[in-house]
Design a protein around this ligand. Structure first.
Ligand code: HPA
Ligand code: ZN
Length: 335
């Protein structure tokens, strides 16, 4: 596509709307925190952990991801994690991030929820001038819906700082519809809703998400198999937060040239590019842009549309959206 083929995607003002804070824990920090908290690890070094990041599927990844979460114990640990992620994302040209964090993973006597939330919000506030960020709560779909409702209740003291709630974890056998009460409760309390669907699960799970009135769907790859569903997503402009490198590493796609992102985009779906768990998938936001651009030979107009979709799909107020659109148009002017 001409000059953009060597485009430096760090310079593109980007959003990252599907990233798990726990999945930004780099191996070096993971080892440092394990050392200071005296937590034994199954790997001998950060390099060996990186070696272990050759996943067969989502389950294989989640096992290592949950293991990694064990080293996060003190308030300082959560602050260090959030601060490092926001610094890195800002340096990567991310102008706005909406990240997930799942307190269900850290229900331990030793770590009061208040300390965790204080740490994360403190890092967000300190970084405010360099990157805008929203916190999204999330729950595990492998646990009972009652537990999700309890997790939602437990975050009540911080509702004014939370924009949305989502759901992740092992997808197959755990359809969105099982969590209808949770999503209804989220909406009743004024939150936007998101759900991981169609990553390893079928198009039917994406359909369920649409039927549940979910605002934004994480991944959504399988929808490509249902042309009527693709039309529905396009018509309603229900965004998909796609994560190309994650999909490659978890064998959701065999190669990036077969990724459905470009086909969805051409059919008018509000698809966006995101990083998911960058420390484990070895790619941050700009790496995802570069990889998908290389594999799918995206045109300047497609790159611009993808970047603008990220702004549209965000939960930002209109005034900030307008500022970000202008930033994008300055870097990627229309032909
Ligand atoms: N899918 C489901 N759950 C997750 C993921 C994912 O890609 N990352 C972190 N939790
Ligand atoms: Zn995810």
């Amino acid at each position: 596509m001409g000059p953009e083929s060597c485009f430096d995607f760090v310079k593109l003002p980007k959003t990252d709307l599907h990233v798990h804070l726990e999945g930004t824990l780099e191996p070096e920090m993971l080892f440092r925190l394990a050392g200071r908290n005296h937590i034994p690890l199954p790997w001998k070094s950060p390099a060996m952990l990186r070696e272990a990041c050759r996943f067969r599927d989502l389950a294989g990844f989640l096992a290592i991801y949950y293991k990694g979460c064990e080293v996060l114990v003190t308030e300082q640990d959560f602050y260090d994690l959030a601060r490092a992620y926001l610094e890195r994302a800002a340096a990567d040209g991310v102008v706005h991030t909406e990240f997930y964090f799942n307190p269900q993973l850290f229900c331990r006597e030793s770590t009061p929820l208040a300390a965790i939330m204080r740490a994360i919000f403190c890092a967000m506030d300190e970084m405010r001038d360099r990157i805008s960020s929203f916190y999204m709560g999330t729950v595990m779909r492998t646990r009972p819906v009652e537990e999700a409702l309890r997790a939602l209740d437990e975050l009540a003291p911080w509702y004014d700082r939370i924009v949305a709630f989502g759901m992740g974890g092992a997808e197959n056998g755990n359809p969105p519809s099982r969590f209808q009460r949770y999503f209804d409760a989220c909406r009743e309390r004024g939150f936007r809703t998101c759900v991981h669907a169609g990553e390893e699960g079928p198009a039917a799970y994406v359909r369920e998400a649409v039927a549940l009135g979910i605002d934004r769907i994480d991944h959504g790859n399988a929808a490509i198999q249902d042309p009527e569903l693709v039309r529905l997503l396009a018509e309603r402009r229900i965004p998909l937060t796609m994560c190309p490198i994650s999909n490659l590493r978890l064998n959701v796609v065999n190669e990036l040239s077969g990724h459905p992102l470009k086909r969805m985009l051409s059919r008018g779906v509000c698809v966006t590019v995101n990083s998911d768990d960058p420390a484990y998938f070895l790619g941050y936001a700009s790496d995802n842009w570069a990889a998908v651009h290389r594999a799918l030979d995206l045109s300047g107009a497609e790159l611009r549309q993808l970047a603008l979709n990220g702004v549209e799909a965000s939960f930002l107020p209109e005034a900030r959206k307008a500022v970000l659109r202008e930033k994008i148009k300055r870097v990627l002017p229309s032909a």
